[in-house]
Write a new protein. Structure first.
Lengths: 74, 352
């Protein structure tokens, strides 16, 4: 039940967003995220968009590992 | 294989320091780590412990008994996340209650339950609100919507929980926690940062192979420095402040309460219940649910499994009496439960 669903926002209207998760479209609540726009990526839990996703996981992991390296040298 | 994974993998496999016990707090982490075969990569001196972060697994027996009471004695339609249907109560599960006439329906979200109530005014719909920080906002949104629509036939049975007190209770069970990414996406990182002052270390992690390998590598590297640490390894989703709108919503609809965790017992201020203003939507008050003391199967060792004190395979019932089709304890029910993960992936993994 806790598995989050990463999805792309197709449209937003009156606190509801239509999302596209690998081709499957559904309505989710957009009430907890301000300024959501079509094209944004969001994490969805139990029908609610809970967070914006700001990059892909590879870029993210590169950043985290780079942080670790510079931290260790410091 | 990407360079990041290669680098992380090298750090993990070459670890030759003192024994390191890492607890995955979140059931989804447990499941993904098994599925990706990450356990096979770990050297012997790294022990992964599957913690209590599956809401289904920590839902106490008495909660299932309450839901069955509402279905059979009060004629309510029970709506719930599907996993909960098979969880054993004292005498039976919701699936068992169905054969006695209970109307139990799985839903994808609490909002679906509100819609069901709206379309069927003569039905008394109750949603079973389980879950941690991640899921609680969806239950609060449902209550607010039902209020807005003026529905008098919708209520929720709360068993919502919050993680901070559980972390403290589990503090000695592991050297570092793999904190659940989506709890922090809502609650923010401050609690985890504060835990470092109590000597509790950990990183918040995402759910892909890149993210999990990176998180483990970071734990190893940080542990070598010998000081408590916290690192956000999931910054593409988790911001330091979390989701302020969600925090505000939950704060306005619910308040904290003491609550029982299956296996861990009563933990002070680790639960959420509806505020008095929302009493009309509180199934316990609305239907005067009596105080029910659930009795778990005494042979089930879920409690010890959840605290990392034993492995599922140490339980005498594992795979013999207890399996995913006939679960005895909640840890065997959900795919995210430690016992179910061991059952599905056990033969192919290194159980340490
Ligand atoms: S194997 Fe079954 S009975 Fe044993 S601890 Fe796990 S859930 Fe409980």
């Amino acid at each position: 039940m806790c598995v989050g669903l990463a999805a792309k926002v197709v449209s937003v209207k009156d606190g509801t967003a239509v999302i596209d998760a690998s081709g499957a479209k559904r309505d989710v609540s957009a009430e907890l995220l301000e300024d959501l726009e079509p094209g944004d990526y969001v994490m969805v839990h139990a029908g609610v968009a809970i967070a914006k996703i700001t990059s892909d996981d590879e870029t993210e992991s590169e950043g985290v590992m780079a942080g670790l390296a510079s931290h260790s040298r410091a | 294989m990407s360079d990041v994974i290669k680098n992380a993998r090298e750090i993990i496999q070459s670890y030759d320091g003192p024994k390191l016990r890492i607890m995955e707090v979140c059931g989804t982490h447990t499941h993904e780590i098994f599925k990706m075969g990450i356990r096979n990569l770990l050297p012997e001196n790294i022990d992964l412990i599957s913690g209590p972060g599956c809401p289904v697994c920590v839902t106490p027996v008495g909660f299932i008994d309450e839901a069955i009471y509402l279905a059979l004695e009060k004629g309510c339609v029970i709506t719930t996340f599907g996993d909960l249907i098979k969880v054993p109560g004292t005498k039976s599960s919701l699936a068992g209650a169905r054969s006695e006439g209970a109307d139990v329906r799985p839903v994808y979200s609490p909002d679906d339950a509100v819609e069901l109530a709206k379309e069927n005014p003569d039905m008394q719909v109750v949603f079973l609100a389980v879950g941690f920080e991640t899921t609680t906002p969806s239950a609060c949104l449902a209550v607010k919507k039902a209020q807005r629509l003026g529905l008098s036939n919708f209520s929720i049975l709360t068993a919502n929980k919050t993680m901070p007190s559980a972390y403290k209770k589990l503090a000695g069970s592991a050297d570092a926690f793999l904190f659940p990414g989506h709890v922090n996406a809502i609650a923010g990182n401050s609690v985890c940062k504060e835990l470092t002052s109590l000597g509790v270390s950990g990183v918040v992690a995402g759910f892909t192979a890149n993210e999990l390998m990176t998180a483990l590598a970071v734990i190893i590297e940080e542990s070598k420095k010998g000081k408590p640490f916290f690192v956000n390894c999931y910054p593409r989703v988790v911001k330091d402040e979390g989701n302020p709108a969600a925090q505000k919503l939950v704060e306005s609809v619910m308040e904290s309460c003491d609550t029982e965790w299956r296996g861990l017992g009563m933990i002070e201020k680790s639960g959420m219940k509806l505020r008095d203003e929302y009493a009309d939507f509180d199934a316990r008050k609305k239907y005067s649910v009596p105080d029910i003391q659930g009795k778990p199967n005494p042979a089930c060792r879920c409690g010890e499994v959840l605290q990392g004190n034993c492995k599922p395979t140490d339980c005498p019932l594992f795979g013999k009496v207890c399996d995913p089709i006939h679960p005895v304890g909640a840890c065997m029910v959900s795919d995210e439960g430690a016992c179910a993960a061991y059952y599905h992936y056990g033969p192919s993994i290194n159980l340490n």
